[in-house]
Design a protein around this ligand. Structure first.
Ligand code: SAM
Length: 221
């Protein structure tokens, strides 16, 4: 249950020196304005983060994962990569948490530039839709922690869930879809279906994927 893992009281209580010791040599982080900008929600085994780490070496990023053992695996994976590639993978970390409850404990208003929801659990039954990580209510929270212009990336191999995520985003007043040209120009979009363990599994089995990529916009007056 949730009581087994610590939760920071507020984003100011997140200890950056534990996650990113090279960027934060001391635990006094007040003088260092650098903050986490990418969040991979339900990161699983961390494949996306590992790819993003070298693509954006100066951007701090974090995976949020509910399963303890999976989180430990990702920690060890990052640790090993740091060991064999000195100076690299210093910008990536992972935390065990329930993202549906604790996003505002980790990020301030407008802090994030990208959020990822890759192959989330589908929760097929109607009565379980409230467990889905994309919902109208949770989009309010994601809109709060994303900066204006920040992007939310979703992908799934479950058509029904793809429709659901798209319609939640489409109907939310603080998000607008990216154009085909914008999707083409964004190097991250290609990683959505290739970089994660789940994406690779779907690709091996020749499965279809359904993508929805939306930008956080200013409310219209
Ligand atoms: N994104 C990864 C990928 O594409 O390979 C993992 C996909 S896996 C199907 C979904 C992941 O979300 C699981 O690892 C699960 O433990 C995690 N998860 C489910 N609910 C969560 C929650 N409320 N908070 C954090 N992680 C969650």
């Amino acid at each position: 249950s949730d009581s087994h893992f610590p939760v920071p009281l507020s984003p100011r209580h997140v200890d950056y020196s534990l996650h990113y010791p090279q960027f934060f040599p001391s635990s006094d982080q007040m003088g260092n304005p650098k903050r986490i900008q990418f969040a991979d929600v339900g990161c699983g085994f961390g494949g996306l983060l590992i790819s993003l780490s070298t693509l954006y070496p100066e951007t701090l990023m974090i995976g949020m994962e509910l399963r303890d053992k999976v989180t430990e695996y990702v920690k060890e994976r990052i640790c090993a990569l740091r060991g064999t590639n000195p100076g690299q993978y210093q910008n990536v970390s992972v935390v065990r948490t329930n993202s549906m409850k604790f996003i505002p404990n980790y990020f301030e208003k407008g802090q994030l530039t990208k959020m990822f929801f890759l192959f989330p659990d589908p929760h097929f039954k109607e009565k379980n839709h409230r467990r889905r990580v994309i919902s109208p209510h949770l989009l309010d929270e994601y809109a709060y922690v994303l900066e204006i212009g920040g992007v939310i990336y979703t992908i799934t191999d479950v058509e029904e869930l793809g429709e659901w995520m798209k319609s939640c985003l489409e109907n939310h007043p603080l998000f607008e879809t990216l154009t085909e040209e914008e999707l083409e120009a964004d190097p991250v979009v290609k990683l959505l279906s290739t970089a994660t363990e789940e994406g690779q599994k779907v690709a091996r089995n020749g499965g279809q994927t359904f993508r929805a990529v939306y930008r956080r916009i200013q409310p219209s007056v």
